[in-house]
Design a protein around this ligand. Structure first.
Ligand code: GLC
Length: 532
């Protein structure tokens, strides 16, 4: 007689789709433009689904496409339940979801719960209302310090530079309270102690999930909760665009209640997932975010922060696996995104940077768990040194021109042709200028070339999907000479990386793929290989 327990043994639950998925991050402004205004849009993404299918990814992550005045290019949301006209409309989103699903591609989108735009109806109402009002209680308003409240309520800086507080003018024209914004002035932080804030987020989650969205990337998932009393901090070690683990602006314990609330809503849609942006270095604290009743996945940025040396890469891998092991979570891997320098440049630029980026793509895609590819990485795009008058990231102005910001990794993708805009748009100019040298990096130039970065990505993704040896949730390290590493997936795949200046002998086995031609059977410098 079979009991419910027996039937579980006979049919173990299938792992959720995101456990081994390859996500492709689209920065919508920069992917493809369908309406000729020089800025990418949803129609452009739908037009390129054939390319994405050919590339072999499983899911898309769209950086924000909701209504936004674009002070931070969409990360300042003025209506979370509508599409910004720059990108299209709800019908364009529905159509993209449907067409992607027809090709077996999932669609996930960015969600920005830490703050809104200053053009959100709530914030406009807060400014029009009195201190202490219900309208103000959705944000973090405080009286200033000092005589007449002329000093900010505490000494927190904004991540983008300058103070994290802006003083408002009250309805009667007098200088008034201050509001908190961890990012730009146009991005007021929400007050997560106000239950209305969660209720509204739950509405947003159900709105998109009901339209067929397969999940969310949660922006600043370690933010939201603020410490009682908003205490001052000793900022001596503070850097722009970074936070340390003792930073009072982030990772406050009550953030986990928020994630548990989000998970309860997500559980109504069991095929959908969340991945959080979590800049928390301590592994135990990091793991807390992906306990079974919180986020499904958490971004681990170690690989994106690591230099090209076998020792550092190995440490980053060990660390990322350890961070999730304690809570039985799935590791995630990423080499770059819209906030960091592109890997070709980070690894030294030019031919060396490209060779190393090829090798690291193979390392990333060999690892157990979910992988995230940032659009253009598959073309080997480098960061672009843009002229100062082209810079648009709020970081440039807010840092008093001390930091150039993130525009260099957000330049539109080159599709075809010999000169800018390389088929990205029919407009004469693009929102960020495209370098003329990119003619050799277009999709058209690479797609038929077996030695191109694009072909390497396609081969690696195809093998990842079809090779039984690329399986198992853990890795074992092989002994390897200094400057090299080799690990084996439990299913049998071996991945070797050479970061020395000399070719090295490969472990035994059949070679499946290499990032550079072998030299007398040996793995060249700045290269990786897969063997079974
Ligand atoms: C996250 C995003 C970044 C954005 C910031 C504020 O860090 O990745 O691009 O500027 O949040 O929303």
């Amino acid at each position: 007689m079979s009991t419910p327990a027996d039937s579980t043994v006979a049919n173990p639950p299938r792992p959720p789709w995101w456990n081994e998925a390859v996500f492709y991050q689209i920065y919508p402004r920069s992917f493809a433009d369908s309406n000729g205004d020089g800025i990418g849009d949803l129609g452009g993404i739908e037009d390129k689904l054939g390319y994405l299918e050919l590339l072999g990814i499983d899911a898309l992550w769209l950086s924000p496409v909701m209504r936004s005045p674009m002070a931070d290019h969409g990360y300042d949301v003025s209506d979370p339940r509508d599409i910004d006209p720059l990108f299209g409309d709800l019908a364009a989103m529905d159509s993209l979801i449907e067409s992607a699903h027809e090709r077996g591609i999932k669609v996930t989108m960015d969600l920005v719960p830490n703050h809104t735009s200053n053009q959100h109806e709530w914030f406009k109402a807060a400014l029009a209302s009195a201190p202490g009002s219900v309208e103000r209680s959705r944000y973090i308003f405080r009286d200033g310090k000092g005589e007449n409240g002329t000093e900010p309520p505490n000494n927190w800086p904004s991540i983008f530079g300058g103070p994290a507080w802006t003083r408002v003018t009250e309805a009667d024209g007098t200088p008034g309270q201050w509001y908190l914004h961890i990012f730009a002035t146009e991005q007021p932080d929400l007050n997560w102690n106000n239950p209305e804030v969660f209720e509204d987020l739950a509405k947003t989650l159900r709105f998109w999930l009901g339209r067929g969205i397969d999940g969310f990337r949660i922006d600043v998932a370690h933010g939201m909760a603020k410490p009682d009393g908003l205490p001052d901090h000793d900022w001596e070690l503070n850097e722009l665009m970074r936070n340390s683990d003792d930073d009072p602006r982030f990772n406050n314990p009550t953030v986990h209640e928020i994630h548990r609330g989000i998970r309860k809503v997500m559980n109504e849609f069991p095929q959908a997932m969340t991945v959080g942006e979590i800049w928390v270095r301590d592994n135990e604290r990091f793991g807390e975010y992906i306990r079974p009743d919180e986020l499904h996945l958490g971004f681990n940025f170690r690989l994106a922060e690591t230099e090209f040396s076998a020792e550092s890469v190995r440490a980053a891998i060990d660390n990322s696996i350890a961070a999730v092991a304690a809570v039985g979570g799935t590791p995630t891997w990423t080499l770059s995104n819209h906030d960091v320098e592109r890997e070709v440049t980070r690894y030294g630029g030019g031919d060396i940077g490209t060779q190393r980026a090829r090798a690291m793509a193979m390392v990333e895609l060999a690892l157990p768990g979910a992988a995230f590819i940032y659009n253009g990485a598959e073309l080997g795009l480098p960061n672009v040194e843009l002229p100062e008058n082209a810079l648009q990231d709020p970081v440039w102005e807010r840092s008093g021109h001390a930091e150039r910001g993130r525009d260099g990794c957000r330049v539109p993708l080159p599709w075809e042709g010999a000169e800018p805009p390389f088929g990205f748009t029919t407009a004469a100019t693009t929102w960020l200028p495209m370098p003329t040298e990119w003619s050799t990096l277009t999709v058209e130039a690479q797609i038929e070339d077996v030695d191109s970065m694009l072909s390497l990505y396609r081969s690696a993704l195809e093998l990842r999907a079809s090779t039984p040896e690329i399986s198992g949730s853990d890795i074992d390290w092989y002994g390897s000479p200094p400057g090299c590493l080799a690990f084996r997936r439990r299913g049998g795949l071996i991945c070797a990386l050479n970061t020395t200046d000399e070719p090295i002998a490969l472990p035994g086995g059949k070679v499946l793929l290499t990032s550079a031609p072998l030299i007398d059977g040996q793995l060249p410098t700045n290269a990786a290989a897969w063997l079974i």
